[in-house]
Design a protein around this ligand. Structure first.
Ligand SMILES: *Cc1c(COP(=O)(O)O)cnc(C)c1O
Length: 483
């Protein structure tokens, strides 16, 4: 028998040695990351000078490649799990799930169909059940699917909404979202081939909530024009401010108007595990579909998003195809083929990390972690309010706080204040000591912290504010020199 001379294998001893080195590196990273700098800054030229080469025809010693990667690749990546990574929505992650991902990848489990891996499909069913219960969705009728992230969950939701509400003809279909909705929704709408005229972006009120009055007017006018309002996207936890839209009122409108009610809770929905979050998120259980991102506030490593639906049949009606090459593994209806519930056929085994981390730590630990972060943001708010130098622009909401440098007694113009805060952020980031970028609220440049990392403490935040104050002082000096 001829044997393939190239099997892409290492010896058993080499595999073990290699694996131990990888685990040691990961554990070391987890334990020392607080002492490292969270921000990586590298230009294309610098990265090219490190990595640019032709695909090598000849191999290299595996440990040499690994060492090179540990030294040059890992160190040149921003760490979104770092306690001082405050921007965007951090990805706090957890070690148990990291190992679960290693197992899922190590065994290379195909999580597409029941027949291929009954246990993987079952764990996805079970963990989706856990989430349905957490969010108050119907346990029997409800369903869902794990995706790569919130963007894919939103795309899956809108595809489903359109299929259920419009069938084949969506030429008159209208979709409603607020000016604070996440950009991934607009992307999804574009991917689905809607025209610009089919999107209604409704202004928010002074608290960044969906303006219900303007929405009602808009729907009524669209009906008068013979258009078909079919989907509304609310946000529970906007990326900018953590604001939750008036879910109960929006649910009522959707019910009355026969509109699909999608809630994008990618980052904020997890707050339901805390008391405060639960009361803020009242009405979330009324959604037809809900996006949640476990790789944000459920502490999972990338990539893991999730879409929950009120009626699981809506997913299978939207995504089921029956090609001849899958006929032998179709199975029965209780044995779910997740390739029939979403876009991907070949899927990695995402449920495993969710399952193992919740089994290991228990939901109680998740509740505590989330509650702590919500309270931390409130403490930061109190501190900022009692300071001469800082102004709170939007109060702490679902662990997000927006503020800006604005010393009392000094007469700075709006433009100067914008420049101050832009400067502070730029200097903090280029110091690499914290990831703190700006956003715009009502046209003002503000600093924004998203404090969902359970390893972020008040003293981390105080250190970073101290750093900000230092750069504010530096900017004052610059202003004086220029005068
Ligand atoms: C992060 C986020 C998304 C996008 O999710 P990804 O996992 O980055 O694709 C969508 N909506 C909201 C509200 C988010 O915070």
């Amino acid at each position: 028998m001829k044997k393939n001379p190239a099997q892409l294998e290492l010896s058993k001893e080499a595999m073990q040695a290699y694996g131990y080195q990888v685990v040691d590196a990961i554990v070391n990273h987890h334990c020392t990351q607080g002492d490292q700098k969270p921000v990586a800054l590298g230009s294309r030229e610098e990265m090219d000078s490190l990595f640019l080469e032709e695909a090598p025809e000849k191999g290299t010693n595996p440990e040499q490649v690994l060492q090179f990667v540990l030294e040059e690749v890992m160190t040149n990546s921003t760490n979104m799990s770092h306690p001082k990574s405050y921007s965007f929505v951090p990805g706090p992650s957890n070690y148990v799930s990291v190992m679960a991902d290693a197992l899922a990848t190590g065994y290379n489990i195909f999580s597409g169909g029941w027949a291929a891996s009954p246990a993987a499909a079952e764990l996805e069913i079970i963990t989706i059940q856990w989430l349905l219960k957490i969010f108050g969705f119907p346990a029997k009728k409800g369903g869902g699917i794990f995706t790569s992230g919130g963007s894919m969950a939103n795309l899956t939701a809108l595809t489903t909404a359109r299929r259920v509400k419009c069938g084949q003809d969506f030429s008159k279909a209208m979709i409603y979202l607020s000016d604070q909705a996440h950009s991934s929704n607009i992307k999804a709408i574009r991917v689905l081939g809607f025209k610009k005229e089919q999107i209604r972006i409704i202004p928010t009120d002074s608290e960044f909530k969906f303006s219900v009055n303007k929405l009602k007017n808009c729907i009524a006018k669209d009906r008068l024009e013979g258009l078909q309002p079919f989907c509304l996207i609310a946000t529970s936890g906007t990326t900018n401010t953590g604001t939750v839209d008036p879910l109960l009122e929006l649910a009522k409108i959707c019910k009355k108007e026969n509109i699909w009610f999608h809630i994008d809770g990618a980052y904020g929905a997890a707050a339901i595990l805390s008391k405060k979050g639960k009361s803020l998120l009242k009405g979330i259980e009324k959604a037809d579909s809900l996006t949640v991102d476990p790789h944000k506030w459920f502490f999972q490593p990338y990539e893991m998003g999730c879409l929950l639906v009120r009626n699981h049949k809506h997913l299978s009606q939207t995504f089921t195809e029956k090609p001849e090459y899958l006929r032998d593994i179709e199975g029965n209806t209780s044995e779910i083929n997740f390739y029939d519930h979403g876009i991907q056929l070949t899927r990695r085994f995402r449920a495993l990390k969710f399952y193992m981390s919740i089994k290991t730590f228990g939901l109680k630990e998740f509740r505590k972690a989330i509650t702590f972060s919500i309270e931390l943001a409130e403490e930061v708010e109190n501190h900022l309010r009692s300071s001469q130098k800082w102004e709170v622009i939007f109060p702490a909401t679902l662990a997000v706080i927006n503020f800006r440098y604005h010393p009392i007694g000094k007469k700075y113009t709006q433009k100067q204040l914008d420049q101050f805060n832009q400067y502070i952020s730029e200097q903090v980031v280029s110091s690499r000591k914290a990831l703190l970028v700006t956003t715009l609220l009502h046209g003002q440049v503000v600093l924004r912290m998203c404090l969902i990392n359970p390893r972020t403490s008040l003293s981390d935040v105080m250190e970073t504010l101290g750093l900000c104050e230092h750069y504010a002082w530096e900017y004052t000096q610059k202003l004086q020199e220029n005068n």
